[in-house]
Design a binder for this molecule. Structure first.
Ligand code: LHQ
Length: 268
């Protein structure tokens, strides 16, 4: 069957769905079509029980260069169409995509094969975990063109690196290497460029073999904790634990322990 997508590719192997941004000639910058297709891919991933981990990566040399500046070139000509309403664009396209990633009850791993710039960096920060090639780097390219970080990056970056470093990165837009990012916890794992694919596969297949519902509930718990009081969080954990305690995978995990064998989780 031919792919319904033209700007991304999707490939499923075992429980791992790999979504590849596929506009390498534009460093996988977002055009309108790519934002629509990415949203669809994540919606499908949520619905499909066979998907137990999503990997997001880029084709070619880059992960993603943010907004495609050539697509919107017409708005910058003196005789052009006038300024774009970025607020409307974000509310319609990119914000829902980020929400979809953050609320997907399955692990989402960004596999950073190269530069992540502007909204491309924000997209990587919105994923749950980041594994990066040693040659990859981030650049908060927004301020250099008079814009503000979007797609949640003012929150996600702040959570990882703290106020002062986040502000420095957002203002100056300097290259932030994979290794430097790993030192402050923004990148979880760094691999040699030629080993990135294998290292990603290993991490993603480990996650895909785990109790998917439990992992999804943990993601919810940590996502909510940023804004919760301790009392709120204790109650929320109790609610989530009640739910997790009723899953088949919890039962399987405890039975496997008692029977001294390896558990076989089904993601249910
Ligand atoms: C590109 C792009 C690109 C098109 C490289 N577009 N072609 C804003 C508005 C609306 C709503 C949503 O949110 C946003 C937020 C944003 O994302 S604003 C930030 C937009 N992105 C940027 O400003 C990054 C622009 N790109 C760069 O600064 C550099 O290309 C980076 C640092 C990513 C990579 O540098 P190099 O490795 O030196 O590569 P390069 O500059 O030679 O680019 C390679 C090719 O990719 C080149 O194509 P060409 O045909 O000219 O050789 C670039 O034109 C193309 N490309 N980024 N955003």
């Amino acid at each position: 069957m031919s792919s319904p997508f033209s700007t991304i590719t999707v490939e499923q192997a075992g429980g791992v769905l790999t979504v590849t941004l596929n506009r390498p000639e534009a460093y996988n910058a977002f055009d309108e079509q790519m934002t629509v297709e990415l949203s669809t891919a994540f919606k499908n991933a949520q619905r499909d029980d066979a998907v137990r981990c999503v990997v997001l990566t880029g084709a070619g040399r880059a992960f993603c260069a943010g907004q495609d500046l050539k697509e919107i070139e017409g708005h910058y000509r003196d005789d052009g169409e006038g300024p774009l309403d970025f607020g409307a664009h974000l509310r319609k396209r990119l914000n829902p995509l980020i929400t979809r990633i953050r609320t997907l009850e399955k692990p989402v791993v960004a596999s950073l094969n190269g530069v992540a710039a502007g909204a491309g960096a924000s997209l990587a920060f919105a994923c749950d975990l980041r594994i990066a090639s040693k040659s990859a780097y981030f650049t908060m390219a927004f301020a250099a063109i008079g814009l503000v970080p979007d797609c949640g990056a003012t929150l996600t970056l702040l959570q990882h690196v703290g106020y002062s470093k986040a502000l420095e990165l957002c203002w100056l837009g300097e290259k932030f290497s994979a290794e430097e990012a790993a030192r402050c916890g923004l990148v979880n794992k760094v691999a040699e460029p030629e080993q990135l694919a294998d290292a990603t596969r290993e991490l993603a297949s480990t996650l895909a073999a785990m109790p998917t519902r439990g992992l999804g509930l943990i993601k919810r718990a940590l996502g909510k904790a940023w804004t919760a009081t301790l009392d709120d969080q204790l109650e929320y954990e109790a609610f989530l634990q009640q739910t997790a305690g009723l899953t088949q995978d919890h039962r399987e995990g405890v039975r496997a322990f008692l029977e001294k064998r390896k558990p076989k989780f089904e993601g249910k």
